[in-house]
Ligand binder design. Sequence first.
Ligand code: NAD
Ligand code: LMR
Length: 330
Amino acid sequence: MSLTTPAVVTVTGAAGQIGYALAFRIASGQLLGPDTPVRLRMLEIPPAVKAAEGVAMELDDCAFPLLDGIDITDDAAAAFDGVNVALLVGARPRTKGMERGDLLSANGGIFGPQGAAINAGAADDVRVLVVGNPANTNAYIASSHAPDVPADRFTAMTRLDHNRALAQLRQRTGAAIDDIARLAIWGNHSATQYPDLTHATIGGRPALEVVGDDAWVRDTFIPTVAKRGAAIIEARGASSAASAANAAIDHVHTWVRGTPADDWTSAGVVSDGSYGVPEGLISSFPVTAAGGVYTIVPGLDVDEFSRERIDASVAELVEEREAVRALGLV
Ligand code: NAD
Ligand code: LMR
């Protein structure tokens, strides 16, 4: 798709860990490509505005040719006025022992007002990626407050899970990342997610055949990918940041630039009822991108094991939807 230039890119929580890892890559052109100048907007809460100003000073000092300007604000209306790409990162991360869903009451309240501000002021071509956890349900909340913005413009990040799955497969098989295709993450960005190898190929051969060990897939691959966020928190004492920023760059870059002809990726997108996922939920699916639109890959066979896994993760999304309804967030 072609973007207005300079493209207005808004990052919420820009002074946080992920924001810091994201800003420089956006400004250097890695988000939208080398031909698209960017105006970077940073939305922060008042106590973090000064830190955001420090990030802006560093951005200045990089002298990025594509960086057309920087705005810093604590006002959502100003942050999303004319926005083309909105990266909703600002939210509390979980700490050791928490599940991402535990953040619902802490973070859910952020996304309604931001959705409303996007509804009021965003550019017609706006595209929104929610990173703040629980990402799928926060995207659902934001979208619910933006009735004038097509629901398919609100997405949630499961690209980090997709990339983690690629990495695990490379470690196991020694394959090059570029030789692995058609991996899929289904469901929620949570421990219930289903990293699916049943359609994946490695160098054109079925991945399951190359791996040759169903027990590894079930007992090692799936839980390692699904629980990687917790493992990073355990090791680093803080949740993943650079890899999350990298995945956000990948998600938007693919959305705008498209997927290769013979491959797909994974993203949390609004369900159209495909694969038995209730319409309106924001669930991860295998998706292709073309012309600035993510499309759920149609017509895949879903075996019994996959069916159970997808249903379990979707049931959690339904519960989260009920919880935010009960909290009055939608
Ligand atoms: P962080 O605490 O380092 O930064 C969060 C920033 O958001 C802070 O600077 C804070 O001031 C700001 N913020 C809080 N409320 C805000 C609001 N209403 N408006 C604007 N800014 C606000 O956290 P982080 O490590 O950058 O993580 C951010 C979020 O991303 C967390 O919820 C984390 O769990 C999530 N995350 C998601 C994924 C994913 O794959 N979807 C991966 C990693 C992290
Ligand atoms: C991740 O997957 O690393 C993030 O969602 C952070 C977390 O809480 O796991």
